[in-house]
Design a protein around this ligand. Structure first.
Ligand SMILES: N[C@@H](CCC(=O)N[C@@H](CS)C(=O)NCC(=O)O)C(=O)O
Length: 452
């Protein structure tokens, strides 16, 4: 077998996250340029490696892994001399996983939105709200780092490398001023001094910086945001899941909890009543999202980070989140797909339903169907999304997919694998309690909103 091959182009932040990790662990790798501009990610050959046609993709031992987050955790697990960059300690790992999903589903999409503006799209209101969203993401990051040196405590982890690649890019659109964001500014300063920074991130960044600067010249100034400083304080007890079971992400965690027979408490927190924004809840989760898990006095959020944590800590074996590095990387890729593709497309469809332009709704439908198409490909001929046994990837996608099909049906003839998979999962003994009931409440809630 040859050396690991990284496919991509280093202008891409996701590719640079992988390069940073590869350099951090001293990996002997080969880099193969895949140009998006030349559509090299859509060739038949590349699609065989990665049907989702994203860069980066890793080839290792004849297997393919994509999604930068799945790749970097895989590389550390397989090739690093120790686990410092992705600790085996379950709580530390869950914190890192939450940061990785934050990068994947919040920071990165908010940055990508900026690439949509330019001379032909200068809608000032949309631009203002895109910039506000980025500043809010900086505020979250400032809270996550707290008084630590790094994003998951006092040593460098893959969470830093993933966020670094994107953050160093997005600040060229919306600067994160030292006065307003002192912690993340010093963090950036610290990381640019890593011996491999220039080679792994700096060089690729230079390539797109000039492009961003040019785009930004047509942007307006954005308004300032208040930065809140929060203090943490937690309770002990049995694991508590905070949230409302009508939300897909909460249901994903409930499915996992039921699958492993967890004895938990569900504390209702309703975002529509602003219960996620109380001082008390913000102490548990400054990102004010549900679900949030409280376990042993510690709080973890992001459904994906919670599910993998729960399995690692409480399940009788690792079948729902295998320890085998390749199998785990496949599950991680599916989780990040849910977080950064499937779920955002569901929300985009919801927003498009309010548009008066029928084309907007049609485009949103097309991108939902494309996501179904990816899922059909991920399944291949398998019974489950990451092979022949059930994993947390199935739960995460099940909760979202079962919600989406009420709006955009997935027809049996077009998506036979996916429909059979759904059918199979609805027969799980805990399906109704963990997903079905909440889904029904979700549908009733939508009906009520529509009739108002
Ligand atoms: N969550 C993915 C995002 C990867 C991604 O979207 N990469 C972009 C370039 S930065 C891409 O490949 N775009 C082309 C496409 O999706 O067809 C990751 O972290 O790897």
């Amino acid at each position: 077998m040859g050396k690991p091959i990284i496919y991509g182009t280093d202008g891409s932040p996701a590719v640079r996250a992988v390069l940073l990790t590869a350099h951090a662990i001293g990996l002997d790798y080969e880099f193969r340029e895949i140009s998006l501009q030349k559509n090299e990610h859509k060739t038949e050959e590349y699609l065989k490696k990665n049907p989702q046609h994203t860069i980066p993709t890793l080839e290792d031992d004849g297997k393919y892994i994509w999604d930068s987050h799945a790749i970097i955790t895989y590389l550390v697990g397989k090739y690093a001399k120790d686990d410092a960059l992705y600790p085996k300690d379950l709580y530390k790992r869950a914190v890192i996983d939450q940061r990785l999903h934050f990068e994947s589903s919040v920071l990165s999409p908010r940055m990508i939105r900026m690439f949509g503006f330019g001379p032909s799209n200068k809608d000032p209101q949309a631009l203002e709200s895109a910039k506000t969203a980025i500043v809010e993401a900086y505020e979250f990051l400032e809270k996550f780092i707290g008084s630590n040196q790094y994003f998951a405590g006092d040593s460098l982890t893959v969470a830093d490398l993933s966020i670094l690649a994107t953050f160093s890019t997005v600040i060229n659109f919306v600067p994160a001023e030292q006065g307003k964001f002192p912690q993340i500014s010093s963090w950036l300063d610290r990381l640019t001094k890593l011996p491999y920074y220039q080679k792994a991130n700096g060089e690729g960044l230079e390539k797109i910086k000039a492009f961003i600067k040019k785009m930004s010249s047509c942007f307006q100034l954005f308004r300032e945001h208040r930065r809140k400083v929060l203090h943490f304080g937690f309770n002990m007890g049995k694991p508590i899941i905070y949230g409302m079971d009508r939300g897909p992400t909460v249901r994903a965690v409930l499915l996992t909890a039921h699958a492993i027979g967890l004895d938990y408490e569900l504390h209702e927190i309703d975002p529509h009543k602003n219960e996620t924004k109380t001082e008390e809840f913000l102490k548990k989760n400054p990102q004010h999202t549900i679900p949030t898990l409280e376990d042993d006095g510690k709080c973890i959020w992001d459904s994906h980070a919670i599910s993998t944590y729960l399995v690692s800590k409480y399940a009788k074996d690792d079948s729902l989140y295998p320890k085998d590095l390749y199998k785990r990387a496949v599950v991680d890729q599916r989780l990040h797909f849910e977080s950064s593709v499937l779920s955002p497309r569901m929300f985009a469809f919801g927003a498009a339903r309010k548009s008066t332009d029928p084309q907007v709704l049609e485009n949103a439908r097309t991108s939902v169907l494309e996501a179904y198409d990816f899922l059909e490909k991920f399944l291949g001929g398998n019974e489950y999304l990451a092979g022949d046994s059930l994993t947390v990837a199935d739960f995460s996608i099940l909760a979202t997919f079962s919600t989406m099909i009420s709006f955009v049906p997935a027809e049996q003839e077009k998506f036979p694998g996916l429909c059979n998979w759904l059918n199979r999962l609805t027969q799980l003994p805990y399906y109704q309690k963990a997903n079905g009931d909440g889904l029904q409440r979700f549908m009733e809630h939508i009906k009520k909103l529509a009739s108002q």
